[in-house]
Design a protein around this ligand. Sequence first.
Ligand SMILES: Cc1cc2nc3c(=O)[nH]c(=O)nc-3n(C[C@H](O)[C@H](O)[C@H](O)COP(=O)(O)OP(=O)(O)OC[C@H]3O[C@@H](n4cnc5c(N)ncnc54)[C@H](O)[C@@H]3O)c2cc1C
Ligand code: FES
Length: 260
Amino acid sequence: MSDRTLAPFGRRRLPVVGRRSVGAYVVLSVADPDGPAPDAGQFAMLAAAERWGGGADERPFLPRAFSVARRHADGTLDFVLEDVGPGTERLAELDAGDDVWLLGPLGRGFAPPRDGRRPVLVGGGVGIAPLMIWQDALGGEALALLGFRDAAHAAGAALLPGARVATDDGSVGHHGLVTELLVPELDGGAEVYACGPPRMLEAVRALCAEHDVPAQLALESGMACGFGACFGCVVPTRDGYVRLCVDGPVLDAGTLEQVA
Ligand SMILES: Cc1cc2nc3c(=O)[nH]c(=O)nc-3n(C[C@H](O)[C@H](O)[C@H](O)COP(=O)(O)OP(=O)(O)OC[C@H]3O[C@@H](n4cnc5c(N)ncnc54)[C@H](O)[C@@H]3O)c2cc1C
Ligand code: FES
């Protein structure tokens, strides 16, 4: 028996049904009415169906990994993209009428809060993506603390209702790190769910360990296949190396010596 939603065999060609800018991010909507409902924290490997690579004489790109950010009642999946390189640039320019290749849902997502604990979601930058679908799954009430570098990125906080925001430059919300918003929330009844850049995740891990608060961290690593075949995504844990694409991307913070 599997404790996660498994992907159908093979990748599916699916239509893009929407694209909108939210500050520095692009929300890409893909119709997947026949696909399984992903667990919060699972991801998909995405590739544009056309022009995915360097042209006729060059090699195509590998697909890229993206957290499922939201699933609507009609099966539409939302992804939140930050343009950091050629793959995200190409995906972020897609619009209704284009198609993507999608493989997923993949990996293991967030587990429910243990012992009736109060979930506290902590996101950094585009790490807000898996927290959106997790906040939906928790009933929309969970407290979200989000950190961004500036106002253009902080506009992404609108995707998580009621979020408290910190920015590096002080242009929106608290001037400082999102972990400064987290400290007062670390009472004995909390369970933390975090996704963001490695430095932020390591700070969250260390704080939670110090306050004896359980935490689940959605990590990233370079992923070539997304389904366990290439071993490109391994990360060290206290029990040895794990493949993040099949054993994660969500790992219990207690299994990690540190987030590198
Ligand atoms: C499980 C998972 C979920 C993800 N979810 C999202 C998401 O919801 N939205 C989103 O915008 N991005 C997400 N990413 C990251 C995304 O896959 C990368 O940004 C993307 O592959 C970059 O491709 P590129 O061709 O645009 O840039 P590249 O040229 O491949 O990379 C640009 C820069 O980003 C770095 N980079 C590339 N891949 C990663 C990675 N996986 N982790 C950290 N740094 C990386 C490279 O070292 C380089 O500095 C996720 C990654 C994983 C593993
Ligand atoms: S991405 Fe290939 S094994 Fe994880």
